[in-house]
Ligand binder design. Structure first.
Ligand code: PGA
Length: 236
């Protein structure tokens, strides 16, 4: 089982910037590196770039397309929302739900996130459910263990996101155990929050992958981060 590195671009980049990033990032050398390191990468653009990314990654082993959110509702009369069904003809593999920025700026609750998880799974998308130390128990209580077994959980301590202050690795290790106990012991757990090329190996020793925000925006920085992974990270 390969470890996963998720690039979350949030609301950054216009079309020209996405094209340039893809040209700089998707090199033959990168693909070899991913294979050698047993790593997968998920690119998570704004919805409007889903088509562009899907074309660019369609023939690339170990590089996947993801989205940053999904509607809590099915296809239907929900103006402005992007439903999981809207995405169903693109090769979207993962969908991030419940990111702390969604919870903060869009007032999303754990109940909303649970609806999104159900929509994603009904449309064969794997949810990456973001939680922190304050909401993980509440979030886990919203759905059954059999549902959580089909999800990936991302532990993202609020203070670590975008701050340059990554969490302490031993604290993350403890939280992973708590999260597995709460959700399901087979659920994969990622870490997100100020991951850089300097700390990625420490985190990959204790989690199944990482979510990378800031350091994924520049193609060279993200390439450096991937190239700095030591081979092969211990599998959990
Ligand atoms: P960051 O963002 O890497 O910029 O801290 C992580 C995230 O929001 O998932």
């Amino acid at each position: 089982m390969s470890k996963l590195v998720v690039a979350n671009w949030k609301s950054n980049k216009n079309q020209a910037e996405v094209k340039l990033w893809l040209k700089q990032f998707l090199t033959a050398d990168l693909l070899l590196t991913l294979k050698k390191l047993n790593l997968s990468v998920a690119l998570t653009p704004a919805f409007v770039f889903v088509d562009l990314i899907s074309q660019a990654v369609s023939d690339k082993e170990n590089v996947f397309l993801a989205t940053q959110d999904i509607s809590p509702y099915p296809a239907g009369s929900y103006t402005g929302a992007v439903s999981a069904f809207n995405l169903s003809t693109w090769p979207v593999k993962y969908v991030i739900v419940g990111h702390s920025e969604r919870r903060r700026w869009f007032r999303e609750t754990s109940s909303d996130v649970a609806l999104k998880v159900e929509q994603a799974l009904a449309n064969k998308l794997t949810p990456i459910v973001c939680v922190d130390e304050n909401n993980f128990k509440e979030q886990a209580g919203k759905l059954s263990e059999s549902v959580w077994k089909q999800c990936v959980i991302a532990y993202e301590p609020k203070n670590a996101i975008g701050s340059g202050l990554a969490a302490d690795v031993s604290e993350v290790e403890k939280m992973v155990k708590k999260i597995k106990r709460q959700f399901s012991d087979t659920t994969k757990v990622l870490y997100g929050g100020s991951v850089t090329e300097l700390n990625i190996n420490d985190f990959l020793n204790v989690v199944d992958g990482v979510l990378v925000g800031h350091e994924s925006l520049d193609a060279d920085s993200f390439l450096n981060l991937i190239r700095s992974v030591k081979k092969p990270p211990k599998l959990i």
